[in-house]
Design a protein around this ligand. Structure first.
Ligand code: 13P
Ligand code: SF4
Length: 636
């Protein structure tokens, strides 16, 4: 289940009334006495800490409930990550009303965003596994719907809403009914249409639960240690989905997920909420800057003329990408950057992309990124030292002959040091747009490929090339596969993954096809193979755009990639039905760190005496990384 906007607002309305009555009562004495009733004020809600926003519709409803003349404009969406200092929303209208509503609106927004932020931490901690995070009924009394909505905005799934919408047979029920089997029989007889989950504490109870027919909808492993959970996963062998519960914290959740369970439920995300720090800065409308950021960016760009080129990745915000001279996927942008003669290359994307532009830049060209902290989660899953250790282990397993037995290939979403590593060891870089060509080239050099950091791109490409699944193995850094396994493998995959594309699941494909019969599903190859094999088409961001653009009017698409690109496709192709593949489509938080304000400040700094910090790569690393990049560009 997931909470709709209508359900959210229906649940929030009486809570808002209660909260306003408690805070304002007969009136805001201070604002009413000090401010002129007709005075206008402008409020900017700003994040004072990084986190995930949830509850914007509730905050808006608070302002409206106080005064329908207040105008609320959100600058981000629920589910979107924000950085410290980022503008979340603006409100303007009658000053006394705005000040009276401020605290209550922020209280809702801060609490819900706190839940969404904590949830996102758990979701990220299990991103490289199949496990899905679930909430529980440990919510603030009366706030169940709001809390669960915030959980889903954090990227987790909602467990049952209440006691009436799912059967959950726990130890007390089992003891009362005389065992698991009779308890399930009685529950099913009374409520045959409700899904049923049974809690087990031992492997013997699990065996009993697994023997029940028809199979249960889910089995909860209650408070089991990791070893018992692993045994439970092996014993169940996928016959019934398993949910781990008990002692789930941010410290333990990754290890629990690695046991192979399907779901992990945790009360921590809702029972001990730490509100996200948001504040509202009030100004008089007249104090607003004379020129908007957009106007300032336009002026600076015009002044810099052809000394400047702006490159923008498809996942950038609309207000940023409008300034890009070249838009594209990472392959196209790598090429565009190297072809331009501009003195300043401003890269609106994530750090590894700017690094590639810096490596390929001509002498005299300087590369900048509006936010140097905009990294890539996937790239960070493979550190240089870890990959070098893996290479030594592979070398030992291959009889000291790694440099003739296995070609290292790095996805472009990686640190420059890893590209240099590939350059030195006869390997190459690839992007999502040319992975098959680069792998074909690699197999022409040596019999095996070591592919990092994205296991999904590697697996999806290798399978599409006809390499059997049993010849594709996953590297396990602390427990390397045996020499025999490595010898028999054609592809060794690094266990990295993108936390955005991992959020698509096969069930999303099933659901969207049920809702829109005949719809075509198109996904990015960073998605898990279970999603890719159900899709109609798979490819880079450019592949996705080209397919949608070439389709006839009236075509229907479910798109499995980052939300900003999906939204832009929807806006640019109103003649087609374009929907996000998942109900809660994922944002790439780091792509979103490049804002119009930061782009403007970068452009203005290029005109100032002290230019901004350049993106540079140490010369020796750049030399070898360039060799690996050139091998890639020669193949595509
Ligand atoms: P593309 O090369 O398809 O643009 O993908 C880059 C990326 O980071 C996808 O997550
Ligand atoms: Fe990295 Fe994934 Fe964001 Fe692409 S979408 S930049 S792979 S985190």
């Amino acid at each position: 289940m997931s909470i709709t906007l209508e359900q959210l607002l229906t649940a929030a309305t009486p809570l808002i009334e209660l909260a306003l009555a408690e805070d304002i009562g007969p009136g805001d004495a201070t604002s009413q006495s000090t401010l002129d009733a007709a005075s206008l004020l402008h409020g900017r809600i700003v994040a004072k800490a990084p986190g995930v926003i949830a509850g914007l519709p509730v905050a808006e409803a608070v302002f409206r409930a106080v005064d329908s003349a207040l105008i609320f404009a959100a600058h981000v969406c629920d589910g979107q990550e924000v950085a410290t200092g980022e503008l979340v929303a603006e409100v303007s209208g009658p000053g006394p009303s705005l000040l009276a509503a401020e605290r209550t609106a922020l209280n809702f927004l801060q609490r819900m965003s706190g839940i969404a932020s904590a949830t996102r931490d758990f979701v990220d901690a299990v991103a490289t596994t199949r496990a899905i995070i679930l909430d529980t009924r440990k919510t603030l009394p009366g706030y169940r719907v709001l809390d669960k909505y915030a959980v889903s905005m954090g990227g987790a799934q909602n467990h049952r809403l209440s006691l009436f919408d799912m059967l959950m047979v726990k130890d007390n029920h089992t003891d009362g009914a005389g065992g698991i089997t009779p308890a399930v029989a009685r529950a099913r007889a009374a409520y045959p249409t409700l899904p049923i989950e049974v809690e087990v504490r031992t492997l013997a109870e699990l065996q009993e639960a697994l023997a029940i027919t028809p199979p249960l909808d889910r089995i909860m492993l209650d408070n089991m240690d990791l070893e018992m959970m692993r045994q439970a996963v092996a014993l169940t062998a996928g016959r019934v989905p398993l949910e781990a519960s008990g002692n789930v914290t941010l410290k333990t959740v990754t290890a629990i997920a690695q046991t192979g369970v399907d779901f992990i439920s945790t009360g921590a995300i809702t029972h001990s909420v730490i509100a996200l720090d948001l504040s509202m800065k009030i100004t008089k409308p007249a104090a607003a800057p004379a020129l908007s950021w957009e106007e300032r960016a336009r002026r600076a760009k015009a002044t810099l003329g052809n000394r400047l080129v702006i490159l923008g990745h498809h996942y950038q915000r609309d207000d940023v990408i409008q300034f890009a001279d070249f838009r594209g996927d990472s392959l196209k942008l790598a090429r565009d950057g190297s072809r331009t003669n501009a003195e300043y290359i401003v890269f609106c994307g994530v750090h590894f992309m700017a690094e590639v532009a810096a490596i390929l830049a001509k002498p005299g060209q300087h590369v900048y990124i509006p936010d140097r902290a905009a990294g890539c989660y996937l790239a960070e899953t493979a550190g240089r030292a870890q990959v070098e250790q893996a290479w030594r282990d592979l070398d030992a397993a291959l009889g000291g002959c790694a440099d003739v037995e296995i070609t290292p290939i790095t996805y472009v979403n990686s640190d420059a040091a890893l590209k240099a590593f590939c350059g030195k060891h006869g390997g190459s870089v690839c992007t999502s747009g040319n992975a098959a060509k680069v792998l074909a080239w690699a197999f022409a050099q040596r019999p095996r490929v070591f592919f990092f950091p994205d296991q999904h791109l590697g697996r999806n490409t290798a399978l599409a090339m006809g390499i059997p699944a049993e010849e594709i193995i996953l590297w396990t850094p602390h427990r390397p596969p045996s020499a025999e396994t490595i010898h028999n493998a054609k592809v060794v995959l690094w266990p990295g993954a993108c936390n955005v594309h991992q959020r698509f699941h096969p069930e999303d494909v099933v659901t969207v096809r049920e809702r829109h019969p005949g719809i075509r599903v198109i996904v990015h190859p960073e998605c898990d193979h279970s999603v890719v094999e159900l899709a109609d088409s798979v490819g880079s961001t450019t592949h996705i755009i080209q397919h949608v653009e070439a389709a006839p009017t009236g075509s229907a698409w479910a798109v499995g990639t980052e939300t900003r690109l999906v939204r832009r496709l929807q806006q640019e192709h109103p003649e087609q039905l374009i929907v996000p593949l998942a109900e809660r489509p994922p944002y790439c938080p780091t792509m979103g760190m490049v804002t119009l304000r930061k782009l403007t400040e970068t452009l203005e700094a290029l005109l100032a005496v002290d230019p901004p910090d350049e993106v540079t790569v140490e010369p020796e690393t750049a030399k070898w990384a360039r060799i690996a990049l050139e091998r890639m560009l020669d193949q595509s």
